[in-house]
Design a protein around this ligand. Sequence first.
Ligand code: URA
Length: 238
Amino acid sequence: MRIDKFLSEQGIASRKEAAKAAKGGGVLVNGTPVKDLSTHIDPENAQVVYLGRKVEYQQFIYVMLNKPEGYVSATDDKSLPYVTKLLPEELQKRELFPVGRLDRDTVGLMILTNNGQLAHSLLSPKHHVEKEYRFTAKVPMREGVEREFENGVTLADGYECKSAKIILDEDRMGGIITLTEGKYHQIKRMVAASDNRVMSLERISFGGISLDTSLARGEWRYLTKEEITSLEQQAKKQ
Ligand code: URA
C-alpha cells in the first residue's frame, strides 16, 4: 500500500498534509525519512512515524453512530441518503458497513465495522445477541401484552417470534422491547400483531453496548476498548 494512502486511511493525514510533512523529513518508515509517498509499504509490518508519532496500524475499525431518520442502512444508494455517508472521508475509505439493519425511519444505535467475521457472528441467531428498542405506540398497548411477548408473538405471516421482553411506560403508550433476533420490521410487526402501531422507534442498545447519549443524531464515535471486548464476547455467546 502507498504510504500516503496508508496515512490517510488510518485517519492520520490527508495526502496533501502527508506530502508537506514528508518534504520536511516528518515521515519515517523503519527509521528512514521517506520523501516519495508513492513508495509502497506492508501496512502490518512497517514501522511508520508521522511527525514524531508512531502510527499503529488498525486492521479493524469499530464505530458507533446515532442514526438519524431518513437514512438507509447501506453503504451505497442511488437516490437515498445512506448511513456511511455520515462518516468522514478517511473512514468511508475503510469500507465500514452496518452490523444489521434499521428501517429508514428508525433512529439510534448503529454499529459499523469492517470486521466481517465479527459482524456475521453478532447477527447469527445462534448467539442471541440482545437489542433494546424504545418505541411509542398509536394507542395504549393492550392488557396482557407482556405475557404475549414472553410467550413469543405470532406475526401476520405466521412466523413465531422468540420470547421477547416488553416493559411498558405507565400510560402503556410505549416502552422498551428487548429482542434476541432481528427479522425484517420485527418490532413494527410484533406491535401490529397486538392490534397497535409503532409511531416511533429508536434502538438504544446492541450486544450490551448502549447508545452514547452525548452523540446527537448523525454523530459518531469510535467504540472504546471495553465496548469492542463486549462485542467480541457476545459474538462467542452460546
Ligand atoms: N424492528 C423494526 O420494526 N424496525 C427496525 O428498524 C428495527 C427493529
